[in-house]
Structure formats: structure tokens, C-alpha cells
Design a protein around this ligand. Structure first.
Ligand code: HEM
Length: 177
């Protein structure tokens, strides 16, 4: 070693684009997992298992929140891909993308309404065996009313998000990042 020379540790240097791509992959993984937890939650309630339903839905909501954080991080990193596939598929692709964006925005208030009513109902009931108590019933009725929209919208967003990711992986071009 030369005298007076400083030894600088060799930290790995990550390319911002590589970081953004990994963040993007995890965003898709979390939204697909949240879709799976959602389907499991619906299956649980169909079998009358309210406790497992609640756990699955809280997991689905947590995963969807992580997705949102990762998605916003990716946007913050300035990473964007545009469609560069066959011209004939451009219009169907944009129809899919626009429907995905609109329903993803709608999914947030829908999920919050479902969760809010379930939470208020649970507090009024005291426990999940008592959901028909007069103070709790209206909340669970509203819960049932909202989830009729929440579940299909959430599933559509999860499935189309995955399809868009696959399309851009195959026929996408990075325009920023
Ligand atoms: C956003 C998250 C949630 C979604 C998407 C969801 C979805 C559903 C669905 C599809 C049903 C069946 C509705 C029907 O049969 O018409 C249901 C019922 C129910 N959910 Fe949830 N749920 C969520 C969160 C929760 C949570 C956190 C709890 C616990 C506090 C809960 C407690 C219940 C109960 C007790 C029922 C049965 C209500 C009844 O039989 O009247 N749900 N939910």
C-alpha cells in the first residue's frame, strides 16, 4: 500500500434502472399475491370461516398497500416503459391499460369502505360469532354490499396488472429511467 493513500471500500454501485426494475418486479409480485389472498378470503367466507376470512383480507390489503408504496417508488425513480409491440395490438393494449388504471384508482376507496364497515361491525359485535347483533348487522350488510364491487374490481386490477407487466416485458421499451 502506498503511503498516504486511502483505502476506499468497494461498495457495489447499483444502476437506478436496475433498482427500478427490481422494484417493479416486486410490485407485480405483491399485487398478484394480494389477488391470491383475496380469492382465499372469498373461499373462506363461502365456507363460513369468518376468522380465516378476516386474516386473508387483512393480508390482501397489506400486500396491496405494499404494492402501492413500491409502485409510487418506481414512479419516483422515473422509470417508465412504453408499448412497442405490433401496431394491430396497440388499441387493445391501451384499452386494457386505461381500464386497469381507472379500476386501480377505484379499488382504493372500495377496499377502504369494505374494511371500514367490517371493522366497525366487528367493534359493534365484539367478536365474529356475534355479527347478527342489532348494532353490528347494518355494518356487515354494508360490508356485503360494497364487497360485491370490491372483489371483482380488485381481481380485475391484479390480473390485468400481471398481463400488462408480461406484455411490456415482451414488447416494451424503456422511455425513462
Ligand atoms: C377489503 C377487504 C375485504 C373484502 C374484499 C371482503 C369480502 C367479503 C365477501 C366477498 C363477503 C361475502 C359477502 C356475501 O356473502 O354477500 C364477506 C363477508 C364477510 N366479511 Fe368480509 N371482506 C373484507 C374484509 C373483512 C374483514 C377485515 C372482516 C373482519 C372484521 C370481514 C368480515 C366479514 C364477515 C363477518 C362477513 C359475513 C357477513 C355476513 O354473513 O353477513 N371482512 N366479505
Amino acid at each position: 500500500m502506498l503511503q498516504g493513500q486511502k483505502i476506499v471500500p468497494a461498495w457495489p454501485r447499483y444502476d437506478a434502472r436496475v433498482v427500478a426494475e427490481v422494484v417493479n418486479q416486486w410490485a407485480v409480485i405483491t399485487i398478484v399475491l394480494s389477488g391470491i389472498a383475496l380469492v382465499a378470503g372469498v373461499a373462506f367466507i363461502r365456507r363460513g370461516n369468518r376468522e380465516a376470512h378476516m386474516r386473508a383480507m387483512v393480508l390482501a390489503s397489506t400486500l396491496a398497500t405494499i404494492f402501492l408504496v413500491l409502485y409510487l417508488t418506481r414512479l419516483g425513480l422515473g422509470y417508465e416503459k412504453k408499448y412497442a409491440g405490433p401496431e394491430a395490438w396497440r388499441l387493445p393494449y391501451f384499452a386494457l391499460l386505461i381500464s386497469h388504471i381507472i379500476l386501480a384508482a377505484a379499488n382504493l376507496p372500495l377496499a377502504l369502505l369494505a374494511l371500514w364497515n367490517a371493522w366497525k361491525g366487528l367493534r359493534a359485535a365484539g367478536n365474529l360469532g356475534n355479527i347478527d347483533a342489532p348494532a353490528a348487522r347494518p355494518f356487515f350488510d354494508r360490508h356485503r354490499m360494497w364487497v360485491r364491487w370490491t372483489v371483482p374490481v380488485w381481481l380485475y386490477v391484479a390480473v390485468t396488472g400481471w398481463i400488462i407487466y408480461l406484455i411490456l416485458g415482451h414488447s416494451g421499451e424503456v422511455i425513462k429511467g
